[in-house]
Design a protein. Structure first.
Lengths: 184, 436
């Protein structure tokens, strides 16, 4: 028997359908919660709006990532083809006006850098990969990958209260409401 | 997100009609300008002093082809919407069809280009053909081997046959498709029959569209310099055509919405999709324009480089460099924003801007050839080969305003003829509740 108390992660509630989840999400949003999430086996159209999620910052990362790619490619091509070792083909000039010849490289590196920023930026923002998640302690939660629709409200949300949050989840149609505690 | 879910109760049962009296004044003014401009243009094309006739031929070709691309694009979006089985655009499809329906009228403005009096200043290859005594091919064999080799395609009877087909073929396609669509508006039993018919007939007629945009470009524009050719030419013109017809569609839809029409059936979501298409074709245009330039610049073959030698030197070069930034870089960065595309007002501003760049694009396609060709044809009258002929741009403006006024007239006429959206289309509710 352990003497330390377990940390509470938050409340987990199950909903009957995607549309029930959607409607419940709107109510949780309107109740002013910030640290909470929806779990469903498949993407639900418009759920981000129902949850009141802000637009992701990721496009900005990608934009500047892409621009970095363009600049890298230009520097690379210009340095090698004009400054260090000018390659004269068919009497074409080797100077700044040769820039069309660099466009394919600039284009490719823009795509490559954008792609990398999308992937790694996304992984960073959603904090993946990770080894475990506190919700895995719940016995019913594995159904989120099969036929379960869940909402979890975290205990670290300033609005969280052991009784009222539970009542709210019951009120908006949540079943099998469970207080999830983190595993040791 | 919490917008009203559109049901059949929100759809106007007898259609959403434009109050024609509201646009009557604009239509009358447009028609008057077009009629007056046409009379002046016919004088300038056929009866004016030779210098004016020569210069104005190019002005007319520029304005004619510019507005033709917008009409052809309307046909393209109609065909594409049908053939791709799309649901999103049903509530704006009538606008596609209305724009496409201006095609037969716009093509009529090409009639002067069928007359040898005008052709003699535009198409030097025709002069060589017409100058032959007896067998044309035999004559070409002696005077110009390039024209001899191209004879199977570049001969006058075939040219006329093709041009008549471009005019008649696509006109028949768009008239048929629009009739099919508008007949449904009043049908008490609107089944899915017409939907499937439109889809089926749009498949093979899409080929007529593709041939029309490609080969009108060859016959009217590439033929200005018979030595020059580009395999990207048709795609390049198509890119500009699809992009700018979408800009016109955005403007018409935004205007109708601001007048209280298309209520319930179009939302910011529709404008978002149209904005995305505008963005996509901005990129596509740049991709094709660059590919054309790049391959020609890289290969450095004499016949091919002439196009860019004229346009990428002297003052034309400034305009060409401006085109790169104005037609691609600036709209690319601006159209990346999603909020801008969802707002009909901001998207309309971008549509107007895109159209302005299309004017520049087509000006640079047709007009730089003028000083070169005319100086070559008759140096005594036109003063030798020059990059540009001073004062000739007034004609460009006149031709543009004339055909542009006619375009506005026929577009408004088409918009006023039928319901502004296909109110009995089986997909209208799917389209109205669009979310993307």
């Amino acid at each position: 028997m352990s003497t330390t108390r377990k940390r509470v992660y938050g409340y987990l509630a199950e909903f009957q359908s995607a549309s029930a989840l959607y409607k419940a999400a709107q109510k949780v949003r309107d109740a002013g919660f910030k640290k909470w999430d929806c779990y469903s086996p498949y993407p639900i159209h418009g759920l981000d709006g129902a949850m009141g999620m802000k637009r992701s910052i990721l496009p900005w990362f990608v934009f500047f990532g892409g621009m970095t790619g363009t600049a890298t490619a230009f520097t690379l091509a210009y340095t090698t083809q004009v400054v260090i070792y000018p390659t004269v083909v068919q009497a074409k000039p080797a100077n700044i006006f040769t820039v069309p010849a660099f466009f394919p490289v600039m284009f490719e590196l823009t795509i490559l850098f954008s792609g990398f920023t999308v992937l790694f930026g996304l992984l960073g923002l959603i904090q993946l990969p990770r080894l475990n998640h506190p919700l895995f302690a719940s016995k019913q939660f594995h159904r989120a990958t099969d036929d379960g629709f869940f909402i979890a409200i975290e205990a670290r949300d300033p609005k969280f209260s052991p009784n009222q949050t539970k009542e709210l989840l019951a009120e908006i149609g949540g079943d099998n409401i469970e207080l999830v505690e983190e595993e040791d | 997100m919490a917008h009203h879910h559109v049901t059949s109760a929100d759809i106007a049962i007898n259609g959403d009609h434009l109050d024609v009296s509201k646009v009557a004044k604009v239509k009358t003014i447009a028609l008057a300008i077009a009629a007056l401009g046409t009379v002046v243009s016919l004088y300038l094309l056929f009866f004016a002093p030779e210098k004016m006739r020569g210069c104005y031929s190019y002005s007319w070709l520029f304005a004619f082809y510019f507005f033709l691309t917008l009409s052809i694009g309307g046909c393209f979006w109609t065909l594409l919407h049908n053939v791709s089985n799309s649901g999103w655009g049903t509530s704006v499809r009538r606008t596609f069809e209305n724009l496409g329906s201006t095609y037969p009228w716009m093509f009529l403005f090409g009639i002067p280009l069928l007359c040898p009096q005008v052709q003699q200043y535009l198409y030097e290859w025709m002069n060589t053909h017409r100058g032959a005594h007896g067998n044309v091919k035999e004559h070409l064999h002696h005077v110009d081997h390039l024209l001899y080799n191209k004879y199977w395609y570049m001969n006058i009877p075939f040219w006329y046959a093709r041009v008549i087909f471009w005019g008649v073929g696509l006109s028949a396609v768009i008239i048929f498709l629009r009739k099919l669509s508008t007949a449904q508006d009043t049908d008490p039993q609107p089944t899915t029959k017409r939907l499937f018919q439109a889809r089926f007939h749009s498949t093979y007629t899409l080929i007529i569209f593709a041939l029309t945009i490609t080969f009108t470009g060859f016959d009217f524009l590439m033929g200005l310099d018979y030595k020059w050719f580009s395999t990207m030419w048709g795609v390049y013109l198509f890119a500009g055509s699809a992009l700018n017809s979408m800009a016109v569609i955005v403007l018409v839809a935004a205007w109708l919405k601001s007048q209280g029409h298309l209520k319930h059936v179009t939302t910011g979501e529709h404008f978002h999709i149209m904005g995305k298409l505008l963005f996509a074709f901005t990129v596509f245009w740049a991709y094709i324009a660059f590919s054309q330039f790049f391959l020609i610049w890289y290969a450095g073959i004499t016949e091919e480089t002439s196009y860019f030698l004229i346009r990428n030197t002297g003052n034309w070069n400034t305009a060409m460099i401006f085109l790169v930034f104005g037609h691609f870089v600036v709209p690319f960065v601006i159209l990346l924003q999603a909020w801008l595309k969802k707002n009909p007002k901001t998207l309309s501003i971008m549509a107007v801007y895109t159209l302005a760049m299309h004017v520049l694009d087509h000006y640079l396609i047709t007009i730089p050839e003028r000083g070169i060709s005319l100086g070559n044809i008759n140096p005594k009258v036109f003063g030798g080969i020059t990059p540009s002929i001073p004062g000739a741009f007034w004609g460009d403006i006149l031709a543009f305003v004339t055909i542009g006024a006619a375009f506005v007239f026929f577009l408004l006429r088409a918009v006023g003829q039928h319901s502004l959206y296909p109110n009995r289309d089986p997909r209208i509710l799917e389209s109205a509740n669009l979310s993307n």
